[in-house]
Design a binder for this molecule. Structure first.
Ligand SMILES: C[S@@+](CC[C@H](N)C(=O)[O-])C[C@H]1O[C@@H](n2cnc3c(N)ncnc32)[C@H](O)[C@@H]1O
Length: 215
């Protein structure tokens, strides 16, 4: 029988997942790569910060649109995988927790990205607060996350380990929570997209992706 386990030690879970994150079937990971490149096509930035870079799936793209990129994650296993790869631009990898105070001066960056990380943080507001602090005026914040409508069905990040399905602790973020965080932190929405699976009808969208600008 396949057992379902829940992991509340999120960084440890991702250390384990790092062993097959790139190779296992994962439509959410793949859809996120596509929508990220589509929504940010044509943009370029000086200094960027990617949170939850994982094994570097989007780091490669972000390093091609930023003169200099810091890619951060709290899983050493994921970071080690990311560091094995080569990148088209300048990238510095840093171990760090998005929930701790960010080691960047106010208004020092012009791009921040979060892909498939925010389901693991209890509240969006603190992340938005730090983002608005480190971005200069006109700076962009890109978010691409598991859609809340899927979360309502009890779905969340999960992986297989030795015949068991491990569910990583996750928090639901309603559309209204995103909107409140956008509004209260002085962002404007430049683009909002929902990604649906091409071959499945009447299923909720897989991803919610937002491109925001600091006013
Ligand atoms: C589903 S993976 C996504 C990785 C990559 N962004 C991608 O799209 O493939 C989530 C990543 O977020 C990281 N993460 C989760 N919570 C975090 C936190 N509080 N601080 C830093 N990284 C975190 C995990 O370690 C993991 O690498």
């Amino acid at each position: 029988m396949v057992e379902t386990l829940f992991s509340v030690d999120i960084s440890k879970a991702y250390d384990d997942w790092s062993l097959n994150y790139d190779d296992a079937q994962n439509p959410t990971r793949d859809a996120d790569a596509i929508v990220t490149r589509a929504m940010l096509q044509g943009y370029s930035f000086a200094l960027g910060l990617e949170w939850g870079c994982g094994t570097g799936k989007n780091t490669s793209f972000y390093s091609s649109i930023c003169d200099s990129l810091t890619a951060s994650d709290f899983s050493k296993g994921m970071l080690d995988k990311a560091k094995e790869k080569t990148y088209p631009g300048k990238v510095e990898f840093k171990e760090g927790d998005i929930l701790a105070p960010w080691d960047f001066a106010s208004a020092s960056l012009d791009f921040v990205a979060c892909n498939l990380i925010l389901e693991h943080v209890p509240r969006l507001h603190p992340v938005f607060q730090e983002t608005v602090r480190v971005l200069g005026r006109g700076g962009m914040f890109f978010i691409s996350e598991y859609h809340p409508f899927r979360q309502y069905l009890g779905k969340s990040a999960r992986f297989e380990k030795a015949g068991e399905t491990i569910h990583v602790s996750a928090y639901v973020h309603h559309l209204s929570e995103y909107w409140q965080s956008v509004k209260e932190n002085g962002f404007e929405i430049i683009d909002l997209q929902e990604t649906f699976d091409a071959d499945v009808e009447k299923k909720p969208p897989r991803l919610l992706s937002l491109l925001l600008r600091k006013k």
